[in-house]
Design a protein around this ligand. Structure first.
Ligand code: CP
Ligand code: NVA
Length: 301
């Protein structure tokens, strides 16, 4: 049987996502120790706080031993190919996880790995973040089916995974981006085909946020895009999440951000540090959802 990888939310079914979210909330001891005696290679081509720490602790909580490895050290496709790295490491570890610049690298690793591969963020997606986002929204506003979730800002890796998980779980996900930064129509169609929810793309942040129960954003300039900073800061200025934008959302709407955040850029301080903000529980849920995801790939039911 081929290993259970987590490269994208789109490759999971709604039932699998619900199982991961359930596993995330179970007492740790009830999960057994599915990684007992096993290593987990955690390879990072980019910086990380939440992902590294939550994954290391989640591996430990499931009985395993995390081995943090900097991208430069193994030199993916520089010192040796992604395939050679994965095939070799699969002989040492029970899990391989990687944060990479190019999504194709985790796809290629999964193709040759005899153990599960987890995408810890690529240019394309951030599935572990979406699992924590869904868990936090569920705990905050209840079951996501039929709920309205909005995003004002960049259509990026985090937004894509969040759109996918919302549609899988039956929510309506609306995004406002500047023209020129919108999801391609084919991608909107693809995501709409994933489940019973709905994905809608527009350009007016006030229209998109109207009535939403959860309002999300992320940085305008993702890791690896630094050369685009000046252009994007200008293009996204009207997409900042401000108190007046939040006023258009539902009365009890909550604010979410995967962090790290840039106050005064994609979100104002009075929103991210205000009473509607759920960003710290959201960050803490990275640990619980990482544990759920690891338990899932190790076959815990
Ligand atoms: N949200 C997130 O992935 O944070 P890190 O980049 O710090 O891991
Ligand atoms: N979109 C951001 C998320 C960081 C957690 C990035 O890729 O840099």
């Amino acid at each position: 049987m081929s290993p259970r990888h987590i490269l994208d939310i789109a490759s999971l079914s709604g039932d699998q996502v619900r199982l991961i979210l359930d596993l995330a909330q179970r007492p740790i001891a009830s999960l057994g120790r599915p990684l007992e005696g096993l290593g987990a290679a955690l390879i990072f081509e980019k910086p990380s706080n939440r992902t590294r720490h939550s994954m290391e602790i989640a591996v430990m909580q499931l009985g395993g031993h995390p081995v943090y490895t900097r991208g430069e050290e193994v030199g993916i496709d520089v010192r040796e190919t992604a395939e050679d790295i994965a095939a070799v490491m699969a002989g040492y570890h029970g899990v391989l996880a990687a944060r990479v610049f190019k999504h194709d690298v985790v796809v290629r690793m999964a193709r040759v790995s005899g153990v599960p591969v987890v995408n810890m963020l690529s240019d394309h997606s951030h599935p572990l973040q979406a699992l924590a986002d869904a868990l936090t929204m569920q705990q905050t506003i209840g079951d996501l089916a039929g709920r309205s979730v909005a995003w004002s800002g960049d259509w990026n890796n985090v937004a894509r995974s969040l759109a996918e998980i919302c549609v899988l779980l039956g929510a309506r996900f609306s995004i406002a981006t500047p023209a020129g930064y919108a999801p391609q129509p084919a991608e909107v169609r693809r995501i709409n085909g994933l489940g019973s929810g709905e994905f809608v793309a527009g350009t007016d942040p006030f229209a998109v946020v109207t009535g939403a129960e959860a309002v999300h954003t992320d940085v305008w300039v993702s890791m690896g895009q630094e050369a685009e900073t000046a252009r994007k800061e200008q293009a996204f200025a009207a997409y900042k999440v401000t108190a007046s934008l939040m006023e258009r959302a539902a009365p009890q709407a909550k604010f979410f951000h995967c962090l790290p955040a840039h106050r005064g850029h994609e979100v104002d301080a009075d929103v991210i540090d205000g009473p509607a903000s759920r960003v710290i529980p959201q960050a803490h849920n990275r640990l619980h959802s990482a544990r759920g995801a690891l338990a899932f790939i190790m076959g815990v039911k």
